[in-house]
Design a binder for this molecule. Structure first.
Ligand SMILES: C[S@@+](CC[C@H](N)C(=O)[O-])C[C@H]1O[C@@H](n2cnc3c(N)ncnc32)[C@H](O)[C@@H]1O
Length: 424
């Protein structure tokens, strides 16, 4: 069985729970209200999230709830999606104000130290480019957003979202200047978003530097591509994966599916290390019966046969690369999670399933399939307790053995909750 990572435990008399509410000048001035709860002491925020989960999931026994995993008070966000505002040669990096113009938030206290440190250099690069920030009300200009992601080792991935190919070419010419100004950039790209619409990225991505950001979590390296999903709070993500690995180790299933696996965080933490990973992780495609076949055994590994399923082919390729690098026996398949499950035969179904869907939840079809299956254990990790409660109501054959709040999003009402379900 994989060795679970140690879980962080926090007590009410220790930081960050006992930390006073941080003083955010942007919030005080009404310039940014994204951290709607920042004036509420952290311990109180966490209690409110626990109370909300318990109210939405009244069927969970009080003793099933484990102590919550706190998310930190400052410096916890590994990702910033910064709106570029201001004028050519004098840019702002932050959010869009109510008047449609940029508000500079470069001292935002929830960003990771690496993101905080890089913002002035990024602003300088954009100013030196001479390109005009996109003016939303006037529908003119070039520079729309900069997305910045930081890794646990302090490396960065930057994405410059621009309106035209002219702006993309201009930034490509400044690639060397970018590495001079931001030496810890591991990957950078330009994304083209020519349309005037309220989205954060377009379809075309042009690489400037590297191709992915390495998220080193213990002995596992996840490889984030520009469009990959990654949990926004790295220490809490580690705790989440460690907790799942611990529950899987307790149950000892022979086979495990990680549905909605992204770049493979859960699967790679729950799968055994072995000799044959590179042979086993190359499957890809959708819908064929062979996708459901168990991975051949014959390696020295002990632990479940793990299959990750994810809609994004790029994320699947990243997960396969991580498995190969760490010699982990897991295979990853690009498919719709529900279609994959419903397309499997009873003999192909695993003994245990992890689901970590987007906010909409797993939906009636997949919940119904789990309910009707022979599967005895499910780990459900959710960023939306409302859809979680709805999905659980469709699975009355399971009881909740353990439940835990992981505070991925401090200072907001958002939370991650993870449950271990067992068939009654
Ligand atoms: C909340 S993220 C979880 C990712 C991953 N478990 C992790 O810890 O990083 C949800 C993932 O589901 C994927 N997804 C969305 N719709 C899907 C579908 N219909 N079938 C399979 N995967 C889907 C998204 O691309 C995203 O990677």
């Amino acid at each position: 069985m994989p060795q679970p990572l140690p879980l962080p435990t926090f007590h009410p008399d220790q930081t960050p729970l006992a930390a006073p509410a941080p003083d955010c000048a942007y919030f005080d001035a009404g310039a940014c209200r994204s951290c709607a709860l920042i004036e509420t002491p952290y311990a109180q925020q966490l209690r409110a999230k626990e109370d909300r989960c318990r109210a939405l999931l009244p069927g969970v026994a009080a003793e099933a709830w484990l102590e919550s995993v706190a998310g930190g008070v400052r410096g916890f966000r590994n990702k910033a999606k910064l709106v570029v505002g201001g004028e050519a040669g004098h840019v702002t990096l932050g959010i869009l104000g109510p008047d449609g113009h940029g508000v500079d938030l470069r001292e935002c206290l929830i960003q990771s130290p690496e993101i905080h440190a890089a913002i002035p250099a990024i602003a300088r690069l954009l100013e030196e480019s001479g390109l005009a920030p996109y003016d939303v009300p006037g529908r003119r200009g070039e520079l729309k957003f900069v997305h910045v992601t930081s890794s646990p080792t302090g490396q960065l991935m930057l994405r410059f979202v621009v309106r035209t190919a002219h702006a993309a070419d201009r930034l490509a010419k400044l690639t060397q200047r970018l590495t001079d100004l931001v030496p810890n950039v591991e990957a950078a790209s330009v994304n083209l978003l020519p349309e005037h619409k309220a989205v954060l990225e377009g379809d075309e991505e042009r690489a400037l530097i590297g191709s992915s950001l390495t998220m080193q979590l213990g002995n596992i390296s996840l490889h984030l591509l520009p469009r990959s999903f990654f949990q926004t709070n790295t220490p809490v993500a580690r705790a989440l994966y460690a907790q799942a690995a611990e529950w899987v180790a307790e149950v000892q299933p022979a086979s495990l599916w990680d549905l909605y696996c992204g770049v493979g965080g859960f699967a790679l933490h729950c799968a055994p290390a072995g000799q044959g990973a590179s042979d086993l992780s190359g499957d890809s495609g959708s819908g064929s019966a062979s996708q459901h076949a168990p991975v051949p055994s014959g390696t020295a590994a002990v632990g479940p046969v793990v299959t990750g399923v994810e809609i994004s082919e790029a994320a699947v390729a990243s997960a396969q690369r991580s498995a190969r690098d760490a010699a982990i026996d897991a295979r990853f398949i690009a498919a719709d999670a529900t279609a994959f499950a419903l397309g499997s035969s009873a003999s192909e179904a695993p003994e245990m399933v992890i689901v970590n869907p987007p906010r909409r939840g797993i939906g009636a079809d997949l919940a119904g399939w789990l309910e009707q299956s022979q599967i005895n254990h499910v780990i459900y990790s959710s960023c939306n307790p409302e859809s979680l409660a709805r999905d659980l109501a469709a699975m009355p054959g399971f009881t909740v053995r353990r439940a835990r709040v992981f505070d991925m999003f401090p200072h907001t009402a958002h939370l991650e909750a993870m449950l271990l379900l067992e068939r009654v």
